[in-house]
Design a protein. Structure first.
Length: 187
């Protein structure tokens, strides 16, 4: 008991991570009159990340991809994809890498909200779908409290609840990749 009390407590880290990125390589069965889902789009967001001394952590993030279904602005007037995902993180233990980049992988589930308005408002889209995220990257620090997070993630929906033909060809589905860089602030 005395040895356990004398041992130093494990240093767990809680990070605030505002991020900026690009979505690309998307595909969808949802009405996309401008065929814009696969084109690169700006993504902004942020989240919280907890990493312990060992290999496991937890990540929660909310991000928005602007103009997901927009290409030249002539048919779709407003669109976007919002993701709210919680993930389990597996990383290299800090004791193995010291102060260098700490690689990680993550997998999680959550909500993907899809919205789109066309110029005539004939086929408006408002879908909330369950989604998955798989990704990885690395975290490194410039100081004790400020660093950077590099992330590459793949997102996919699990299928829509609506009937075929409402807003999609078949069940509503959406996939895309997102590369992002985040400012990491350690608490």
């Amino acid at each position: 008991m005395c040895l356990a009390a004398a041992a130093p407590a494990a240093a767990d880290d809680l990070f605030l991570v505002p991020a900026l990125g690009v979505s690309f390589g998307g595909g969808t069965s949802i009405f996309d009159p401008e065929e814009a889902a696969g084109r690169p789009k700006l993504a902004i967001g942020g989240g919280m990340l907890w990493l312990g001394e060992g290999i496991f952590g937890i990540d929660g993030e909310v991000a928005f991809v602007t103009g997901y279904f927009e290409r030249d602005g002539s048919l779709v007037t407003r669109s976007g994809v919002t993701t709210a995902i919680g993930s389990v993180v597996v990383s290299v233990p800090r004791r193995w890498i010291g102060s260098s980049l700490r690689p990680y992988g993550s997998a999680g589930a959550g909500l993907i909200r899809i919205t789109s308005r066309d110029i005539f408002n004939v086929l408006p889209v408002e879908e909330n779908l369950m989604g998955l995220r798989f990704g990885g990257g690395a975290i490194g620090f410039f100081t004790d409290t400020v660093g950077v997070k590099l992330d590459l993630s793949y997102f996919r929906t699990l299928g829509g609840q609506g009937e075929e033909g409402e807003v999609a060809f078949g069940r509503a589905r959406l996939t895309f990749w997102r590369g992002a860089t985040g400012l990491v602030l350690r608490f």
